[in-house]
Each structure stands twice: as structure tokens, then as C-alpha cells.
Write a protein that binds this ligand. Structure first.
Ligand SMILES: [Zn+2]
Length: 485
């Protein structure tokens, strides 16, 4: 399972990639200019730009997507976003071929494409990026991004974040790219890894300075790989960065990054402080989703500012009514103004967010957002060698999903050496079969990670929804174990 571990992403192998890389640089340049102009504009101009983009997206979707034409039937012909009914992933995936605006895109073909790991980051139909996401809804999503959307994400990434600490070290050899490490779920077409691999394909200068590490490999193997690579920039999930900060503090990990990138899960203030202290460098935070890579960007004061020129985020309650600022929402409706090939309009993202309208000391005028509950627990188990073994929820979820195809499940730690697994499948027989397969995959993974023998009990009851958040938390650790260690 560690085979998908450390490896350099491939550089441009296909001569067309050179052309695509040049095309992307051109598109990126145009979008960077647009973003700078928007940042300098007054509020009225910004508002007008955003309204124009909303109207254009609605017009495009209704013209080219049979799904939206039907779904927005009663919404009137205007550009009023709030008049449009929300959508869910299940609804969109069920009507995939009608949802997309390019008739050449077919769900069946895309499913075959994403089943093949050798095609990660390959341009689909020569121009699109494709990635997948499972999430907790039980419906895997397939996301197609057009070249303009990709250029807009790249432009937001390079203009909005404060990359100061990442600038080249004056002692570094001129022209040598800074060494970067991405620690992520690899081996599948997941957004983070597709994005990085694509950048390396199109811009080969990046490939030589980038290593991708799998979250599935044992922690000591990962630590050894990072010690050898000595990255100055590390990107991963906050749960992984916290584990690594601990390794660094205890002297096993010995790297000197100049900045860290945290995304994919919510970063708590406590984790941010312990990660930054552990490595002695700032943590850049990112809030994105498979449906839109750049929803918000972190500033040096620990706030996440919305990219509200390209994204509309509407916090709503359980009845879909708007939730005022300063109050946590039940879910949030996302509209992505950047991507035309697969319009995301008032999409129920499932995150609970709180809009903070108060001014930020960083001077950014864009509102900031806090994201709650967007993560599962790190499991702490006894190790075979005596010390504890810590396992990332994303690693556990990837193993179960990939080995069994089950997306809706729950793993509850009931004792230090006992786990209870519940799967959501129709019928007791199916639940028992899926549960046993998932338990076997999990046991193999735990053994490979150096955990002492653990009993995995398959429970016939369905996964339990968290009462406070109304969401499914797929990995729940034993509180006593986590705090004791
Ligand atoms: Zn700020």
C-alpha cells in the first residue's frame, strides 16, 4: 500500500503539454490582471462585476445544460441567483450527461477514465482537468474543470495568498526551484494530486522540485522520505501537519520548511499554533472543495477571506433560509463563477460556516468565513513497538473506499484496541459482506502502519449522524485515548 508513496511527478512528456502550458500561462496572466483590477476597484464596481458574472453563468448554464434549463424553469429568465432552486451532488450526478455543457462529456467515459490511476492529470479530451471526490454523502462526484476555470484557480492562488516566506532562499542556487512536498491521498484522481501533477506536466521546471508523498505510508517511512528530500514548502491536511509537527518537536523529523500549506479539512486555532510553533514558520490556510478549488484564502491573521469575485457562498439553515452573519449555518450553498463546463449553481456543499463581517487587521476588504466541523478524528492506537500509532482519518477513509467501494460508513473507536465499523448499504446481507471486506482492508492497513492487533467489530446498525452538526463523522476516536496520549 505504500507503493504509491514518494515519487516525483512526471514533467511534460507529451509535446502538446508544452503548448498547453503556454496557453495556460497566457490565460493565467489575463486572469491575474483581472484580479488585481478587482482588488483595486471600489465596492460598487466589484458588486457590478460579480452580478455580471452571475448573470453570464446563469445564461450559459440554461443555454447549454439541459439539467439547469429544467431545474431553473420556474426561476424566471433574469439573473437573480436567489430565485434558483439549490442542487445536491446526488441530483447532479444522476443527471450528469445533462448537467455538463459539453456534449462530448459522458459519465460512462469519465468513470472509465477515473478508474485508471495511470491517467491522473491527463488532459481529458485534450483540455479538461478531471477529479473525483467521495465525501460523506455516499455519492462519488466527478468534476470537470475547463481551461479558464483552471487559470482562474491558479491566478487566485498566486495573487491572494501571502507567499512571502516561500520566495527563494538567497543562498539557494539561482534558477533552482524551491523543493516542495505534497502529502496527500494519491493513487486516485483526487483534486489535490491532479492539480499538482498537472502543474508539473505543463511546467516541467516545477517537476524537478516537487515530490508527492502518500498519506497511506507508515509515518516513519514518510518522515524518512521528508528528511531525505528537505522540502522548503510542505502542503497537506491539517491532521497530517499536526502529526508531522509532533515528529519535528520530538526530533525524528528534521526539516526546515519556510512555509506550510494546510487544506482539505478545517484548521483549528490550536492546531495552527502548534504546527507553526513546531516548524517555526507560518501556515497558509486554504478553503476549497472539489466543486471549486479556491473558495477562500487564509491571511496572516488566521482568517479565511472569501474569493467573492469568483465564488458566491450562501450560509443557510435546515430549511434553506439565509443565516445572518456571525451565526453558524447548517449548510452552505456554493456558486462557482469560474467553471462553465460543469456549472455549480447554489450547490449544497454540506459545510457549516459562519461569516465574520468584522474588519480584519490585514486590511483585506473581502469578508471572512469560519468553517466548522469539516474533519474527522485522528485515531490513536497502541503500536507493536510500544509507542502509539496515529492514523489520519483521510488515510482510513481512502483505504475503506478504495478496497470496498463503500463511501458511507462509520468507524468508532470503542477501546484502545477495539474498533466498531458500521456501513450503510441496503439489506443486512449486503451490510455484512461490505462490513467484513472493509474490516479486512482496515486490519491489513493497521498492521502495515505498525499498530498492535486491534479487534474490528462489524456492527449491523447504520452509521450515526452527529447530533450537534447533523453530519456523518466517518472516523470517531476514543476521546480518552486521544487526550491521554
Ligand atoms: Zn485578514
Amino acid at each position: 500500500m505504500a507503493s504509491a508513496g514518494e515519487r516525483p511527478p512526471s514533467g511534460a512528456a507529451d509535446p502538446w503539454d508544452w503548448w498547453r502550458g503556454t496557453d495556460e500561462l497566457w490565460r493565467w496572466g489575463a486572469r491575474v490582471r483581472e484580479i488585481w483590477l478587482d482588488d483595486l476597484a471600489d465596492d460598487a464596481t466589484r458588486h457590478a462585476t460579480r452580478e455580471r458574472r452571475i448573470a453570464e453563468l446563469l445564461r450559459h448554464a440554461r443555454q447549454h445544460s439541459a439539467f439547469y434549463r429544467e431545474h431553473h424553469r420556474d426561476a424566471g429568465a433574469g439573473g437573480e441567483l436567489q430565485a434558483c432552486p439549490p442542487v445536491t451532488r446526488a441530483q447532479l450526478m444522476a443527471r450528469f450527461d445533462d448537467w455538463v455543457t459539453d456534449p462530448q462529456l459522458r459519465r460512462r467515459d469519465l468513470e472509465a477514465f477515473v478508474r485508471d490511476p495511470s491517467r491522473i492529470a491527463e488532459p481529458y479530451l485534450g483540455r479538461y482537468s478531471v477529479w473525483t471526490s467521495s465525501g460523506t454523502t455516499g455519492v462519488p462526484g466527478i468534476y470537470v474543470q475547463d481551461p479558464d476555470a483552471l487559470a482562474i484557480y491558479a491566478a487566485l492562488l498566486t495573487t491572494r495568498f501571502e507567499f512571502g516566506p516561500m520566495l527563494p532562499d538567497p543562498w539557494q542556487l539561482p534558477g533552482m526551484p524551491a523543493r516542495m512536498a505534497l502529502i496527500a491521498a494519491t493513487g486516485g484522481h483526487f483534486a489535490g494530486v491532479v492539480w499538482w501533477q498537472r502543474q508539473c506536466r505543463l511546467h516541467p521546471v516545477l517537476a524537478g522540485g516537487t515530490r508527492v508523498f502518500s498519506i497511506l505510508q507508515p509515518l516513519d517511512t514518510l518522515v524518512a522520505g521528508l528528511n531525505e528530500w528537505q522540502p522548503v514548502f510542505v502542503a497537506s491536511y491539517p491532521t497530517m501537519l499536526s502529526l508531522l509537527a509532533r515528529e519535528q518537536c520530538e526530533g525524528r523529523l528534521r526539516i526546515r520548511p519556510r512555509s506550510l500549506w494546510s487544506g482539505g479539512e478545517a484548521l483549528t486555532a490550536v492546531d495552527r499554533a502548534s504546527i507553526a510553533d513546531g516548524f517555526g514558520c507560518p501556515v497558509l490556510e486554504d478553503y476549497g472543495a472539489s466543486e471549486c478549488m479556491q473558495i477562500a484564502f487564509g491571511c496572516r491573521h488566521g482568517r479565511l477571506h472569501l474569493n467573492d469575485d469568483w465564488v458566491v457562498l450562501e450560509p443557510v439553515d435546515e430549511h434553506g433560509r439565509p443565516v445572518p452573519a456571525d451565526r453558524p449555518s447548517v449548510t452552505v450553498l456554493l456558486t462557482n463563477l469560474a467553471n462553465r463546463v460543469q456549472p455549480v449553481i447554489r450547490y449544497d456543499l454540506g459545510d457549516s460556516v459562519t461569516i465574520d463581517p468584522s474588519p480584519c487587521p490585514c486590511g483585506q476588504r473581502r469578508p471572512s468565513v469560519r468553517v466548522q466541523g469539516r474533519r474527522d478524528d485522528v485515531l490513536v492506537l497502541d503500536g507493536i513497538a510500544g509507542s502509539s500509532v496515529r492514523l489520519l482519518p483521510l488515510a482510513i477513509e481512502t483505504v475503506i473506499e478504495e478496497e470496498t467501494g463503500v463511501h458511507r460508513f462509520q468507524l468508532i473507536q470503542t477501546a484502545r484496541d477495539e474498533l466498531c465499523l458500521r456501513v450503510d448499504a441496503p439489506g443486512a446481507r449486503r451490510r455484512a459482506i461490505d462490513g467484513r471486506r472493509a474490516a479486512r482492508a482496515l486490519a491489513r492497513f493497521l498492521k502495515a502502519q505498525g499498530a498492535a492487533p486491534v479487534t474490528v467489530k462489524v456492527d449491523d446498525r447504520p452509521p450515526e449522524i452527529d447530533r450537534a452538526s447533523g453530519k456523518l463523522r466517518r472516523v470517531r476516536a476514543l476521546r480518552a485515548a486521544a487526550s491521554r496520549d
